[in-house]
Design a binder for this molecule. Structure first.
Ligand SMILES: [Zn+2]
Length: 274
């Protein structure tokens, strides 16, 4: 049984009242840690990663409003790629949730709310739906995100990309995209693309204005290019007469203390009382 199969099974068994349901992280050492993209909804703070039944140190948690992927080389894609390449993530899960307020807010409502914050339409991007990734179906949004991540040149042929939906009330997981199955067909396609390397570079260029030339400096530290982007942004903000906000000093990290992990890890879900 593979990681996500065990996660879903333990989650469903726990919801059915099986107190022994759970999984042993040691059994899935080759598939952990998992990289998860979820929404920013605060209700998920206590729900994840407990709903997956995973120890916190095996859960690389990325969040953005609506768990939206806007493009194969977007900022969130950059973080997903680094979560795998630098932090050792072995699988990716895009986890949407029920009752998502991002999905429930339409363009007119969003414009109205922005306006109440003093933000007029003319300072916003023309492609406002695309920019904010406005969606109407939580499921479709997960399917789309999983598809873009799967096709992104930043992820490659070794990382399964799953799509899930979590019930915000109970923690029940629904597996919408089985990344293992898709990976089987994807790997051979990827090989074909890699063989035509020139074509790949052109395809990459056409996706965005991503500058491949930036990748030629091996001594450049990750983040420097982003900082340059931030400098540019600060300059722009300054030009319109507003002082760019200084980043707040990061709070001191809590003193880490080793916590023994008692196996199995049981999914933390909320049993409905009937
Ligand atoms: Zn949400």
């Amino acid at each position: 049984m593979r990681l996500l199969e065990a996660v879903i099974e333990a989650n469903h068994r726990a919801l059915a009242g099986d107190a022994s349901a759970g999984l042993h992280p040691a059994d899935f050492a080759d598939e952990l840690p998992i990289v998860a993209l979820t929404c920013i909804d605060p209700r998920l703070n206590s729900l994840m990663p407990g709903a997956l039944g995973l120890p916190e140190n095996q859960f690389i948690w990325l969040r953005n409003a609506g768990n939206i992927i806007t493009g194969p080389l977007s900022s969130t894609m950059r973080s997903l790629a680094l979560a795998c390449a630098v932090k050792g993530g072995k699988e990716i899960a895009i986890i949407g949730h029920t009752d998502c307020l991002v999905g429930k807010t339409n363009t007119m409502q969003l414009l109205e709310r922005l306006r109440s914050l003093g933000i007029e339409r003319h300072v916003l991007p023309d492609n406002i739906n695309e920019y904010f990734g406005i969606f109407s179906s939580e499921r479709q949004n997960v399917l789309k995100a999983a598809e873009i991540v799967r096709q992104s040149p930043l992820i490659g042929p070794k990382i399964p990309v799953h799509g899930l939906l979590v019930d915000i009330g109970t923690g029940k997981l629904e597996w919408l995209v089985n990344g293992y199955q898709i990976l089987e067909t994807f790997s051979s396609k990827w090989q074909e693309v890699v063989k035509s390397a020139g074509h790949t570079v052109d395809a990459l260029k056409s996706l965005t204005d991503f500058n491949i030339g930036e990748m030629k400096f091996p001594e450049t530290k990750i983040g420097e290019i982003v900082t340059r982007g931030e400098d540019w942004l600060s300059e722009k903000v300054h030009q319109i007469g507003t002082q760019a906000p200084q980043p707040a000093a990061a709070p001191a990290p809590p003193t880490p203390r080793p916590i023994p992990l008692p196996p199995p890890i049981r999914p933390r879900i909320h049993l409905r009382r009937s």
